[in-house]
Design a protein around this ligand. Structure first.
Ligand SMILES: Cc1cc2nc3c(=O)[nH]c(=O)nc-3n(C[C@H](O)[C@H](O)[C@H](O)COP(=O)(O)OP(=O)(O)OC[C@H]3O[C@@H](n4cnc5c(N)ncnc54)[C@H](O)[C@@H]3O)c2cc1C
Length: 426
């Protein structure tokens, strides 16, 4: 069913996909509010020192470029083939985009979305019934800045698009995916993401004994930085623990991606595997090992850790970095009728399509089609990294494709493609 203008669209999250979604909607003439918990590109800025592995041309849209060019002749787009850091991507593209005339008025930073319901039916009423869409959404918002901290209000919308990502919602490091004994109490002392080990966080890690957990690209990125730090501060020691068992004499903590098309990511994988293979790099590699329990000793600034598996035993570390992945926060839409996948926590239809794809990332996945984005709850959609649930293969180019597909549904025009139209104009 087409949503005619004027209609109010609420976009949750001002990350790359939230901003691009809002822009697409504004070009089509919808009224748009963007609700952002912290600041524009918050999650990208949290890993801002990391160089992206997809070139700028894959991460930006034709609409974004057009909006920024229209805004001022002074704006210089980065070259399409350049690999920007997260910070550069934010400063040179995402933040200027958020300040453009099309988006600035509808942007609400320091505004956390707490819960979403309907101005009428409860979750258990009108089950799967399109008439739920006759009532607008009620969105509970909470201020997060020092001035408006905790202040709550309700906003209304005809369409809600959740692009709140997963980066702020980590998995647990304990064996079996549950919190290790003691983890809940100690989590504020554990790094679950990518702090700037060679920059702002240098003193926190230099000359420390560090436990690194995980076997993905985030763990590899941290490992490479820690190894460089160990070269500068020789009392830095790293124990890299992965759940998957592998040969520790010629270790491959990260499985190389067959036919890898992103050169920067391939370089990272090789480098991390090479570093793990040579203990002169101050790295000890434990495969087939997990964490059972941990205790943070505040007086000593140190963890006691109990490991299970191949290297079972008790050890002590000064720091823990747990790159064990992220999951969607589904509490936001707990009062809506969302069909979630019981395995990956994302929308079920998309999760099934993703599970059928064995490729390393969304570059290799054919378009899933707009119907994958449809939920039992009318006019509520999940896009971006969050739509992939616990699947970490999401890429921005897939998110842009999702946006185009989504507006063929919202606009009820199968051939609607503003990206193609705009690309022909500049
Ligand atoms: C280190 C790293 C490197 C990556 N490199 C690449 C790359 O090179 N190429 C690529 O294509 N992809 C890359 N990705 C994957 C992916 O594209 C990014 O994670 C991207 O940031 C996802 O965009 P998003 O808009 O879906 O979500 P996010 O960027 O996570 O944005 C979500 C936004 O929602 C906000 N938010 C969260 N909860 C709420 C709430 N309750 N209320 C209001 N606002 C909320 C957050 O503050 C945030 O600003 C990388 C990911 C990581 C972690």
């Amino acid at each position: 069913m087409a949503i005619d203008c004027p209609a109010r669209i609420a976009v949750l999250g001002a990350g790359p996909i939230g901003l691009e979604t809002a822009l697409y909607a504004r070009y089509l003439g919808y009224d748009v509010d963007i609700y952002e918990r912290v600041r524009v590109a918050e999650n990208v800025l949290r890993w801002g020192h990391v160089r992206m592995f997809s070139p700028f041309g894959q991460n930006r849209s034709a609409l974004g470029i057009a909006a920024l060019k229209a805004q001022g002749a002074a704006w210089e787009p980065p070259a399409d083939d350049v690999l920007l850091t997260g910070r550069e991507f934010s400063k040179r593209y995402l933040i200027p985009l958020s300040q453009s005339d099309l988006l600035a008025d509808g942007l609400h930073e320091n505004t956390e979305v707490v819960a979403i319901g309907r101005d009428g039916p409860l979750k258990q009423e009108l089950v799967g019934d399109e008439s739920r869409g006759d009532s607008s959404f009620r969105i509970l918002l909470r201020g997060t800045d020092p001035l408006g901290h905790g202040r709550q209000r309700i906003a209304a919308a005809d369409v809600v698009i959740d692009a709140t990502g997963t980066y702020g919602n980590h998995n647990w490091l304990g064996h079996g995916g549950i919190p290790a004994i003691g983890e809940l109490a100690a989590q504020e002392h554990i790094e679950y993401g990518l702090s700037d080990i060679l920059g702002a966080a240098r003193d926190h890690y230099a000359s420390r004994n560090i436990l690194l957990i995980g076997a993905g690209h985030s763990a590899a990125t941290n490992l490479v930085a820690l190894a460089e730090l160990a070269g500068q501060a020789p009392d830095t020691w790293i124990t890299w623990v992965t759940r998957r068992d592998s040969d520790e004499k010629t270790p491959q903590p990260l499985e190389p991606i067959p036919g890898e098309r992103l050169a920067e990511r391939e370089r990272l994988t090789r480098k991390a595997n090479r570093l793990a293979a040579d203990d002169r790099n101050h790295i000890t590699f434990f495969s087939g090992t997990t964490v059972d329990a941990l205790t943070w000793h505040a007086d000593l600034e140190r963890f006691s850790i109990r490991l299970l598996g191949r290297h079972a035993g008790e050890l002590e570390f000064d720091r823990i970095i747990a790159n064990v992945g992220f999951r969607p926060d589904n509490r936001l839409y707990g009062e809506l009728q969302i069909d979630e996948c019981y395995a990956n926590g994302g929308p079920r239809k998309l999760a099934i399509a993703l599970a059928a794809e064995n490729g390393p990332d969304s570059l290799d996945q054919p378009s899933c089609g707009p119907e994958m984005l449809v939920n039992p709850e009318p006019n509520f959609y999940i896009l971006g990294a969050k739509s992939f649930g616990r699947d970490s293969r999401f890429l921005l180019s897939k998110g842009l494709e999702q946006i185009r597909e989504l507006f063929t549904i919202i606009g009820d025009r199968a051939d609607l493609n503003l990206y193609a139209t705009m690309a022909g104009l500049y």
